[in-house]
Design a protein around this ligand. Structure first.
Ligand code: UTP
Length: 413
């Protein structure tokens, strides 16, 4: 009984009285489950996140400067070989692990099921995105004589479907014992007044907390500890939806070692000043990725003495970390960004409401917001045609059609 009263008091304290009415209608297991879920919510954090939706974060031009990078195709033969040797040694010693972020909802693509289970129509037969990633890793395993441990981050929503899919396809020939799934954390969704939403299943509506949750979820799941036990020194973290992602690039790895940095990232040049991608920069002396929506037009168009865009290095979710860097970030709280979304809910009379317009806030942290915790990161400029074939939208730019073309062109070469 006390537990029920405690929950009611908590809900009152944080202006969530509407849930009390719903709670009173429930009995037995469903009631217990809701109480249990409410007890795990950090209401203080949620209030802060909601208050932040009212604030606009402004980027002041004068605090920003370009972040230096190395262009892979302009490296001298010696420099490239030095990097490669340094990188290869890590792979040969089995000190390298890979994380695939596969917890996204893939709403723009509109594929029913986890994004990695999407089949890209390449070479007649087609290949699943997970299959393409597995092939990339298998190549590296063969080359360096070690099996790279592969950690796949799922969401609570798509975890079962992802595991079933991989089982069904026999992990695309990957050593099953070297694949581990872990689930990312979630945060409650709130409406425009900061009220929690309850779904048809009579649970508080929650959603994945963005790909920035990778670090803390690696720790919470025990994957980080396992990596350390395995003697892993470097961890690559990449997305699930780039058909040309190179997960074991020894030049990138060697560059990071040579430059003695804790994080290295591969970039590509922006297709045009207004391409909708985040770009690398330095803000207040720290590395950062500035989202296209946050970058003033003038700055986006600025060129240097060679006529190249000053802020032209696009972030493509191709990031490499020392295990110490992951450890450090996993203990920090990254900033949360707000997305305004449509979410159905149960009203106080128990009736489901399906909104016509966006009605609620979802909170997400981004993987790259961790960069500013460091003084420096190293950037290696890759090439769009070698490194970037994203599957984001159903049609048009960054769609299955463009990714198929880029993938086939690359492999035909
Ligand atoms: P995106 O931000 O492009 O999101 O994710 P998405 O889910 O693929 O697609 P939309 O925006 O809903 O259409 C970039 C990478 O981050 C992962 C995705 O799976 C993808 O690999 N991600 C994103 C997560 O793992 N968790 C999240 O909460 C969000």
């Amino acid at each position: 009984m006390d537990k029920v009263q405690d929950t009611i008091d908590l809900l009152k304290m944080y202006n969530q009285e509407h849930i009390i009415k719903l709670l009173e209608r429930l009995e037995g297991e469903k009631k217990q489950a809701l109480i249990e879920q409410i007890s795990k919510i950090d209401f203080h954090q949620l209030k802060e996140l909601y208050d932040n939706t009212k604030r606009k974060i402004e980027i002041k031009e004068n605090k920003i400067e370009p972040l230096p990078y190395l262009d892979k195709k302009k490296l001298s033969k010696e420099q490239k070989e030095t990097f490669q040797k340094l990188g290869e040694a890590v792979l040969e010693k089995g000190e390298y692990a890979v994380v695939t972020m596969a917890g996204g909802q893939g709403t723009r693509l509109g594929h029913s099921g986890p994004k990695g289970t999407f089949k890209l129509d390449v070479y007649g037969k087609g290949k699943y995105l997970f299959e393409i990633l597995a092939e990339n890793l298998k190549q590296a395993n063969q080359k360096y004589g070690k099996i790279i441990p592969w950690y796949i981050m799922t969401s609570k929503e798509n975890n079962n479907a992802t595991i079933q899919f991989m089982e069904k396809h026999n992990y695309f020939g990957y050593d099953k014992n070297s694949v581990r799934f872990f689930t990312q954390s979630e945060l409650p969704i709130v409406d425009v007044d900061g009220k929690l939403l309850v779904g048809k299943d009579m649970r508080i509506k929650e959603a994945s907390d963005g790909n920035g949750g990778t670090y803390s979820s690696l720790r919470a799941s025990g994957c980080l500890a396992e990596m350390k036990e395995r003697g892993i020194k470097w961890v690559f973290i990449g997305g699930v939806d780039n058909a040309l992602l190179k997960m074991a690039d020894t030049v990138l790895l060697g560059m990071a070692i040579d430059k003695k940095v804790q994080i290295a990232s591969k970039s590509i040049v922006k297709a045009n000043p207004h391409e909708r991608v985040g770009v690398f920069a330095k803000m207040n002396g720290h590395p950062k990725v500035i989202e296209y929506s946050e970058m003033p037009d003038k700055m986006a168009e600025e060129v240097d003495e060679d006529g190249e865009l000053k802020y032209g290095e696009a972030h493509i979710m191709c990031n490499l970390y020392t295990i110490e860097a992951i450890e450090k970030i996993s203990k920090e709280t990254l900033i949360y960004h707000t997305a305004f979304k449509k979410n159905a809910y149960i009203d106080k009379n128990g009736k489901e409401v399906i909104p016509q317009r966006e009605n609620s806030y979802k909170f997400e942290s981004f993987i790259f917001d961790a960069f500013e915790l460091f003084d420096d990161i190293a950037i290696l400029r890759g090439k769009r045609e070698d490194d970037f074939a994203p599957v984001k939208n159903k049609e048009g730019v960054d769609s299955p059609k463009t990714a198929k073309e880029l993938y086939e062109k690359f492999w035909n070469r």
